[in-house]
Design a protein around this ligand. Structure first.
Ligand code: ADP
Ligand code: MG
Length: 397
């Protein structure tokens, strides 16, 4: 079990809090502040318990000086201040005397934010390559390290692993704790039946996830574009559907290895063009015509997949089952989201992956799932069964 902020004394302590405030910004305006909102419980907990909160994050990619202005965390600190309804002292530096002095003047309950950790990438990728001196320096600014940035947990950076290796106490914030609790525990010790649902664009993005889930899940339901590569592996023609020709052999291997665990669509929705208004037809997967393209799973498959979901005690879902961006081809994704949402306390239900999570939120089902994972790449690597450095560096209880 990993230590969390609820396990430690925070009073009067300088608490370094690594958050993921990598929010989308367009022309100086934050277009989605969800990541800031999600970090509030951890920051609020720290100040409520008399800690001095020192908050920091990366934002965007920084190659040279010209990237700095559009990737400053200043506007993020302002939004944090609005959301938490308290002053947030912003220091536009990533190190140096101004930052150190400001930290030394903090009183219990104060919040300070410093500048984008990736500004340290300009001169030799110090943040992203976990430069030992940088990690040591940041660690020297605080007494305790709280890692709450799941989105970068698959990376070994100075602002997570670097700090943790140079400070006495590293704990998980509430967000990271939730990811460990749901994804980590479901993979380690799932309630069964464990049903995995995989979709999305490419098998190649998800080979590791499929291989790992083959070892753990009882059933793997496959939809989305990757389903067509599996159909080809079974010797079927799939018309103009998206197929990764060079992954057909791999799909054959996975089907064999799965020995009945992998279940593909029986019927599919096809069109003649990739268009949001295209006329649609239902086809058995064995009857897709040369000029037809698979866009969604069909009604019979929705029923089949739903019947597996209804009996499940654990569901992990990654990847939309069709081109859900077009409402006409969102039926499979939507119906499965609804079916999973209906499980409530009967099952642990997890969705990971940027697009699938967006779909669940779009259908208003966020609160019907046990857990919506917040990190795209990190969620995938976690589902692949990899040890994430940003989790590994947290102290054990
Ligand atoms: P996630 O972000 O949840 O991990 P992916 O990024 O792997 O999911 O895949 C999402 C994309 O897959 C969506 O843009 C969706 O349109 C696409 N997709 C799903 N089914 C199909 C299909 N049958 N044909 C083409 N694209 C598809
Ligand atoms: Mg995606």
């Amino acid at each position: 079990m990993k230590k969390t902020i609820s396990d430690i004394e925070l009073k009067n302590k300088k608490v370094l809090i690594r958050v993921d405030f990598n929010v989308p910004i367009q022309e100086g305006v934050i277009t989605d502040d969800n990541r800031i909102r999600e970090a509030l419980p951890t920051i609020e907990y720290v100040i409520k318990h008399g800690g001095k909160a020192i908050v920091f994050s990366h934002l965007g990619r920084i190659k040279d000086e010209s990237d700095k202005e559009s990737n400053s965390l200043l506007i993020v600190s302002k939004r944090l201040s609005e959301l938490i309804d308290k002053e947030v002292i912003f220091i536009p530096e990533t190190k140096g005397e101004a930052l150190e002095n400001a930290i030394n003047q903090l009183k219990p309950g104060d919040i300070l934010m410093f500048e984008n950790t990736r500004f340290e990438d300009i001169d030799g990728k110090k943040e992203s390559k976990n430069d030992p001196e940088l990690g040591q320096y940041w660690a020297s600014l605080g007494d305790i390290f709280v890692n709450d940035a799941f989105g970068t947990a698959h990376r070994s950076h100075a602002s997570n692993v670097g700090i943790a290796s140079n400070i006495k106490t590293t704990v998980a914030g509430f967000l990271l704790e939730k990811e460990i609790k749901f994804i980590g525990e479901s993979l380690e010790n799932p309630q069964r039946p464990f049903v995995a649902i995989l979709g999305g664009a490419k098998i190649s993005d998800k080979i590791g996830v499929i291989e790992n889930l083959l070892k753990i899940a009882d059933h793997i339901l496959v939809g989305g574009a990757m389903g067509y590569t599996f159909m080809r592996a079974l010797g079927q023609e799939t018309g103009t559907s998206l197929v990764e020709e060079d992954k057909i052999e791999l799909a054959k291997y996975l089907l064999e290895k799965g020995n009945g665990k992998i279940i593909i669509s029986q019927d599919v929705i096809v069109t003649k063009t990739f268009d949001k208004d295209a006329e649609k037809f239902v086809r058995q997967y064995t009857e897709i015509q040369a000029d037809e393209m698979g866009m969604d799973i069909g009604p019979q498959t929705i029923k089949l997949f739903t019947s597996y979901v209804e009996k499940a005690r654990t569901v992990i879902w990654n990847g939309p089952l069709g081109v859900f961006e077009f409402p006409r081809f969102a039926e499979g994704t939507k119906q499965l989201a609804v079916a999973i949402g209906k499980l409530h306390d009967q099952a642990t239900t997890i969705v990971g992956g940027g697009d699938s999570a967006a779909a669940v939120i779009q259908y208003g089902l966020k609160d019907s799932f046990s857990h919506i994972s917040t990190g795209g790449g990190a969620s995938l690597e976690y589902l692949e069964g990899k040890v994430l450095p940003g989790i590994q560096c947290v102290d054990e209880k």
